[in-house]
Ligand binder design. Structure first.
Ligand SMILES: Cc1ncc(COP(=O)(O)O)c(C=O)c1O
Length: 387
């Protein structure tokens, strides 16, 4: 018997990253710059808080929206860190990672055929999540010459009468792009004029370099009422496995997202929620320690890539660099496959993040400096041979 799979699910390609890493897993001694998660374990005080909560028998369901205590911590954190004001009990929802919050927001907002705009190269889940929510995914290409920022002109050009939502992700996975307050103000003006809802995934916003500051578009005039602010503990706090994210948005939207979350998930795991309270309330120093380490690694890897002849802008945030490999004459997939088989270094082909990633590869520096140094030596040899 052949089971019929729903058409819109069947037609979605598997993640290019996953396919690639299935090959990596069959090999020994690979130095991997492929993984998009911190190489640090969750800071001890956060693990300890979670262990203590477990010891006290905190093992049940929570409110659908998440523990009220956690929602207060989220609202305080959003105010202190980003200057955003949300009412903790009606404008905050705790989700199973930002991943679930993205799905909830799209499902709550879209009617079939509504268009969602997003800048590309982008995180692998955006286009599939839009399609699964029965929307139409419309990529806006960003360019290395603009350091992969989204320009107001490119956004304006992409808007059609069916456009409803704009998804933003700054700092960006995979390019490390960031936006200045002025860049964001221009984007906000276009969104207000065209009545777009903005979903802003700011999961890398603590990992900012060169003493820079992060600005959230949700805090710009006229934006709070049309913006869903998405964030979580996975990246900054090295807590990917705890699966805690959150969405802050106008109460009516939170209520709509909550209905989907309530029936599909019920609630995010209480262990992760207890750990997230400790992270948000007292994790600042741990985050700063990791951020400084990422910055030293970024400085090294950007120099090494440019020295070997692969043009690479210096990202002001995230833990990714996105060098241009077109001088080797290889496609991003050929480059990644050959680098893996000839030098045992794993990087992700830029096309895993959408067609506009062609000519680039993503290297994550969420890996120890020694590993990064070995990877760069091997890669320099490979590039010299390939050119
Ligand atoms: C831009 C972006 N958003 C969301 C996620 C998923 O985050 P979470 O672990 O909170 O589901 C990732 C993970 O790589 C990401 O890069």
């Amino acid at each position: 018997m052949s089971i019929r799979i729903a058409e819109h699910v069947r037609d979605i390609p598997r993640s290019g990253i996953r396919d690639f890493f299935e090959i990596v897993q069959t090999m020994d001694d690979v130095v991997s710059l492929g993984i998009g998660e911190p190489d640090f374990a969750t800071p001890w005080h956060i693990r300890e808080a979670a262990i203590y909560a477990l010891e006290r028998g905190r093992t049940g369901y929570t409110s659908n929206l998440g523990l009220p205590r956690l929602r207060r911590s989220i609202a305080d954190y959003a105010r202190k860190k980003f200057g955003l004001c949300y009412e903790p009990l009606s404008e905050v929802l705790v989700s199973v990672g930002v991943s679930e919050a993205i799905d909830l927001a799209l499902r709550a907002l879209l009617d079939p055929g509504d268009e969602v705009l997003y800048h590309e190269p982008c995180y692998v889940s955006y286009a599939p999540s839009i399609v699964l929510a029965r929307g139409v995914a419309r990529a806006i290409r960003t360019r290395a010459e603009d350091e992969f920022r989204l320009t107001a002109a490119a956004l304006e050009d992409a808007i059609t009468p069916r456009s409803r939502v704009l998804m933003l992700n700054f700092p960006t996975n995979p390019t490390g792009a960031t936006m200045s307050p002025g860049d964001l103000a221009e984007i906000a003006e276009v969104c207000i004029r065209h009545d777009l809802v903005v979903m802003t995934d700011e999961i890398y916003s603590e990992i900012i370099f060169d003493d820079g500051a992060h600005t959230s578009i949700a805090g710009l005039p006229g934006m709070k009422e049309r913006t869903i602010f998405l964030h979580g503990v996975s990246k900054a706090f090295a807590m990917t496995g705890w699966r805690i994210g959150f969405a802050c948005a106008p109460a009516a939207l939170v209520e709509a997202m909550m209905k989907i979350h309530q029936y599909a998930i019920l609630c995010a795991p209480i262990m992760g929620q207890d750990a997230a309270i400790e992270a948000l309330d007292r994790g600042e120093q741990s985050v700063e320690k990791m951020r400084r380490e990422y910055e030293a690694r970024r400085n090294f890897i950007v120099r090494a890539l440019n020295d070997m002849g692969l043009a690479c802008h210096k990202p002001k945030g995230s833990f990714y660099v996105f060098p241009n490999i077109s001088s080797t004459g290889l496609t991003s997939r050929e480059f990644s496959m050959r680098l893996l088989s000839e030098e045992k270094v794993a990087v992700v082909p830029g096309t895993a993040f959408g067609p506009s990633g062609e000519g680039h590869v993503r290297c994550s520096f969420a890996t120890g400096l020694d590993q990064i140094k070995t990877a760069m030596e091997r890669m320099a040899g490979f590039v010299a041979r390939a050119k």
